[in-house]
Design a protein around this ligand. Structure first.
Ligand code: 16G
Ligand code: ZN
Length: 534
């Protein structure tokens, strides 16, 4: 095997002087720098699979909401979760090894982690629509061939579809089976669960879906074949920005990241006043809703709104089902969650809120501590996870009334509808549409549940972002010394003021978030804190 790895590696030389890091979203950069990285990630996937006794590891080639010329690669663990933390460091180590040391580092990891090279290794992989994808896939295949790994190429998929398939592959034929191991199985599962959850209801008006000209477009079109639409009741979906043939339009003036950061609808959207709209990102693991209010203009219904909507609906169902005292329901947010949403969950819904650092893996992990853990980043990445105890309660509780039976049936349908492996724009959208249909809500009623505090996010270029060290889920700076005290002093002068600064995990910058009672105060506070950290 060693000579095979050496020979294959020589076809994928590392760009000199480039330092790579497996970050919160895997490796991500300009696609022309990624060839050696993807090859070596293939080696890591083989090691990881062998370490786990031949369980299947997922490899996704995507750069999500980044521009079309970028690409990236990340690994998916057997149950569809993000790669275990310690393996991020092994991936980084192998990605940075000199060409002549690749086999040496590979062998040292094998030895250190006590991996038996004779154990079988299995990988499944997929990519998004970027033109650089197929060439990077070849680098991955070369690594899998060199390590004697069995693999299945799922071609084009959304990131959450690959997470789904990874879990299905590893649970096939067991009582924990997550669904049929095929792309079609994914649509069938969602379609069936959506019909059950909707119970013949119909959403008010239509929803316009902006697919960011990414892989979500063709996949949503496929999903529509499995769900009731238009005259059958269900949901009336209009797809826009679904051009995956013109590479340059991916994420360009459209998509969830554009809408969230620019706080405006994509210019291509023709939706009228009060019409429900949503945007996916380039690999369809994020979703943001919005609409135009005739009085107040553009209104964003972001990840915080989806979390509060889901928590309120599931909380009500658990009460109606007579399970409220048995099950611990909670919401997980990051420091970016609007303070008004946190207050709404704690005070109005009466549910606990946990705050974690930025990055899906932290939120997901904290959510699994609840029986029903609702987690969303404000940027629209999130889902709901159910404990074994919750699943058991939903399926075994004897209903004492037709209302209880109905609530239990809706809960069971939701556990099938929600992609519990990771945030999934298609699944999250069907969840939101189900809830709005049950409540007969337009986006206006959803928007009125609470009022966001005015807030501002600023990106600050600094000489060295690594000097900024935080604790308390990124809400408190421990270094540089004294900065947090000065920050606190500034914040204390603002009514409802809150602010924090943290080093970005994906860009060379520090991000400053500030909120306060009024728009001008939030802006003022943000610029003062930005000046402080500069
Ligand atoms: C990554 C994270 C995303 C997070 C973002 C923060 C995953 C899959 N993705 O894209 O959840 O919001 O980083 O970026 O965990 P930042 O560190 O630059 O603010
Ligand atoms: Zn994404």
């Amino acid at each position: 095997m060693d000579s095979k790895i050496l020979a294959a590696s020589s076809k994928h030389p590392k760009p000199v002087d480039h330092v790579f890091q497996y970050g919160t979203a895997g490796f991500r950069m300009k696609a022309n720098l990624l060839d050696s990285v993807v090859f070596r990630v293939g080696l890591v996937a083989a090691l990881r699979s062998r370490k786990l006794g031949g369980q299947t590891i997922g490899v996704m080639i995507t750069a999500s909401h980044n521009p079309p010329e970028d690409n990236g690669v990340k690994l998916v663990d057997p149950m569809g979760e993000m790669l275990e933390n310690s393996w991020e460091a092994y991936s980084t180590e192998l990605a940075n090894a000199k060409d002549e040391d690749v086999v040496k580092v590979y062998k040292s990891l094998e030895e250190k982690l006590k991996i038996n090279p004779d154990t079988a290794s299995r990988v499944i992989y997929a990519r998004d629509t970027r033109p650089s994808g197929p060439k990077l896939v070849q680098a991955l295949i070369d690594a899998l061939d060199a390590t004697g790994t069995e693999y299945t190429d799922y071609k084009l998929l959304t990131t959450p579809q690959l997470h789904y398939l990874t879990r299905c592959t590893n649970t096939e034929g067991t009582p924990q089976s997550y669904g049929d191991v095929s792309e079609k199985g994914y649509y069938e599962k969602l379609g069936k669960a959506f019909k059950r959850a909707m119970k013949g209801k119909k959403t008010v008006g239509s929803v316009t879906v902006d697919c960011a000209n990414g892989v979500g477009g063709p996949k949503l079109a496929e999903l529509l074949k499995y769900i009731p639409t238009g005259s059958d009741g269900g949901v009336d979906i209009k797809i826009i920005n679904d051009d995956v043939l013109k590479a340059e339009v991916l994420n360009h003036e459209c998509g969830a990241d554009y809408v969230k950061t620019k706080q405006r609808a994509p210019p291509s959207s023709k939706a009228g006043n009060n019409e429900r709209c949503c945007s996916y990102d380039g690999d369809a693991d994020r979703i943001i809703y919005y609409f135009t209010d005739p009085e107040h203009g553009f209104r964003l219904l972001d990840g915080d709104r989806i979390a509060t909507l889901a928590a309120s609906f599931i909380g009500d169902l658990a009460r109606e089902a007579g399970l409220a005292s048995e099950l611990k329901i909670g919401v997980v947010q990051t420091a970016y969650a609007n303070g008004a949403s946190t207050k709404y969950v704690e005070k109005t819904l009466g549910l606990p809120v946990v705050c974690t650092p930025t990055g899906v893996k932290w939120l997901h992990h904290a959510a699994t501590k609840f029986d029903v853990g609702v987690y969303f980043e404000a940027n629209g990445h999130g889902t709901v996870v159910f404990s074994q105890q919750a699943l058991k309660a939903f399926s075994t509780k004897e209903p004492e009334s037709p209302a209880q039976a109905s609530a239990l049936e809706t809960l069971r349908a939701l556990t099938e509808l929600i992609n519990q492996t990771v945030g999934d724009a298609l699944s999250d959208m069907l969840l939101v549409e189900t809830i709005l249909a049950h409540k007969s809500w337009t986006p206006k009623e959803w928007d009125l549940t609470y009022t966001d505090l005015p807030n501002r996010l600023v990106r600050v270029e600094v000489a060295d972002r690594n000097i900024f060290k935080t604790t308390n889920a990124e809400r408190t700076l421990v270094e540089p010394q004294g900065t947090q005290d000065r920050l606190d002093q500034l914040v204390s002068k603002f009514k409802d003021g809150r602010s924090f600064a943290r080093a970005s995990g994906t860009e060379d910058a520090v991000r400053v978030y500030a909120e306060a009672a009024t728009r001008s105060e939030a802006d003022d506070l943000a610029s003062k804190i930005a000046a402080l950290v500069k």
